[in-house]
Ligand binder design. Structure first.
Ligand SMILES: Cc1cc2nc3c(=O)[nH]c(=O)nc-3n(C[C@H](O)[C@H](O)[C@H](O)COP(=O)(O)OP(=O)(O)OC[C@H]3O[C@@H](n4cnc5c(N)ncnc54)[C@H](O)[C@@H]3O)c2cc1C
Length: 404
């Protein structure tokens, strides 16, 4: 017998669980189908020393708000996973673990889901399978010289797990900067191939940067406010939550002794090539930081606040464009070059040419098919913990008001 579900949510991260919480409050029968366990992505796709980059107070999950003793701190991975599990347990979230949905297809005016070879039927489906799905590597990633280990950021665990030697990190978003710092501090030589990303001081004017981006409306920006849709692939602001939180961006890393180079361009023989674009990249990063600062300055103007964030003079560096892996002793390349959507198993024509679902407030053109946790689903904050609750409430309300 095919099991019939009223509502199926796919994914038990913050996006799926927040939706589940609102449906529970409304008394809507539903199931959360999860490939692994609650918070699986946090459990298995982060490095050992990971801790939140966003402060604990910004964990405003519905029914799962942070209420511990350190609101201005940044939870460790273990604390975060405990927090998610405790939250799911607190409202008895109907999560079915080890239930990967391998196909989602039309079935009359409803949906057929394939889970472990079994078919389920659902009248309504919320796809909450992750904001950061498939790790992206740049063209030429397959040209890394033989004998050099190639790792995705999500496969990296800690410095001791790497073979001895220097490390090339490709990508300088939040993750690339944090891995560069950790590996440099462990005594390794680190080369960081830089891309464009915004940065900001961790704290200024008496507040954390996340307070500023929330209060100033920077995190309320919508997709149509971006100069191009491709800009939604840009990483979050470079900063770290480690050791109580600190600044972590290109200037900090260069000062510490991490070697910065331009974009990775592939390899020939034993030599890896980098674009001669480091200084343009650094200038572009300052431009992105200046945009945040404009929001901050405007907020200060409106509320009579002050702050002490001064933009530093432009940073220019001499950068190598060719590096011989043997001479440098490079044993490992770590790719931290972003993510792309990966909805190949969702067999509905609801995706744009970048692979993102076309949706308004989470609703697609297919009645009963919703998405959660998409980049810029409604706003910048849609794909971070802070924003999950607001979007989930809207999706859940629409489901309740349009019961099928
Ligand atoms: C390295 C990194 C660091 C981050 N740090 C922060 C931070 O400090 N603060 C912050 O607010 N945000 C951070 N984010 C952004 C964001 O909060 C996380 O990516 C978060 O995990 C997104 O939540 P989600 O629920 O959308 O997706 P996920 O947490 O990825 O949850 C999706 C779930 O769906 C499951 N799933 C996927 N496909 C299927 C399927 N076909 N069938 C069944 N189950 C499926 C997965 O197993 C997973 O459990 C970070 C992101 C990255 C990549």
């Amino acid at each position: 017998m095919t099991e019939k579900l009223d509502v199926a949510i796919i994914g038990a991260g913050q996006a799926g669980l927040a939706t589940s919480w609102y449906l529970k409050q409304a008394g809507v029968d539903h199931v959360v189908l999860e490939a692994g366990r609650v918070a699986e992505t946090w459990r298995t796709r982060r490095w050992d020393s990971f801790c939140l980059v966003t402060p604990n107070w910004s964990v405003k999950l519905p029914g799962g708000e942070y209420s511990g003793p350190d609101p201005d701190g940044y939870m460790s991975l273990a604390q975060l996973v405990d927090h998610f599990q405790g939250w799911a347990d607190s409202f008895d979230a109907p999560v079915r673990g080890q239930s990967e949905v391998t196909a989602l297809e039309p079935d009359g005016d409803g949906f057929a889901l394939t889970v472990g070879g079994r078919k389920l039927q659902a009248r309504t489906v919320v796809v909450a399978s992750g904001g950061y799905q498939r790790a992206h590597v740049p063209p030429g990633a397959d040209k890394v010289p033989s004998g050099v280990t190639s790792l995705l950021a999500e496969q990296y665990t800690n410095p001791d797990a790497l073979r001895p030697g220097a490390v090339l990190i490709v990508g300088s978003g939040q993750t690339g900067c944090q891995l560069a710092e950790e590996l440099h501090e462990s005594g390794r030589k680190v080369i960081l191939a830089c891309g464009r990303c915004s940065w900001a001081p961790r704290r200024f004017g008496g507040h954390d940067i996340v307070w500023w981006v929330v209060e100033s409306g920077f995190w309320n920006r919508t997709l149509d406010q971006l100069p191009s849709p491709a800009m939604r692939l840009l990483g979050n602001v470079q900063a770290s939550g480690h050791d109580g939180g600190h600044d972590l961006h290109h200037r900090v890393l260069a000062q510490k002794g991490v070697e910065l180079v331009g974009r990775y361009q592939g390899a020939e023989g034993r030599t890896i090539g980098f674009a001669d674009d480091l200084n343009q990249t650094l200038a572009a990063c300052d431009g992105l930081a200046a945009l945040i600062k404009k929001y901050v300055d405007d907020l200060c103007g409106r509320r009579g606040l002050t702050h002490d964030w001064e933009m530093p003079p432009p940073m220019t560096l001499e950068a190598r464009t060719l590096v011989d892996v043997d001479r440098e002793g490079i044993s490992t390349v770590i790719w931290t070059s972003g993510y792309r959507p990966d909805y190949g198993w969702v067999r509905f024509p609801v995706f744009d040419d970048m692979g993102f679902p076309v949706q308004v407030d989470g609703r697609t053109a297919v009645p009963g098919l919703y998405f959660m946790g998409v980049h810029y689903q409604r706003k910048v904050q849609s794909a971070v913990i802070y924003g999950a609750g607001e979007d989930a409430e809207i999706v859940a309300r629409h489901i309740v008001e349009n019961r099928r």
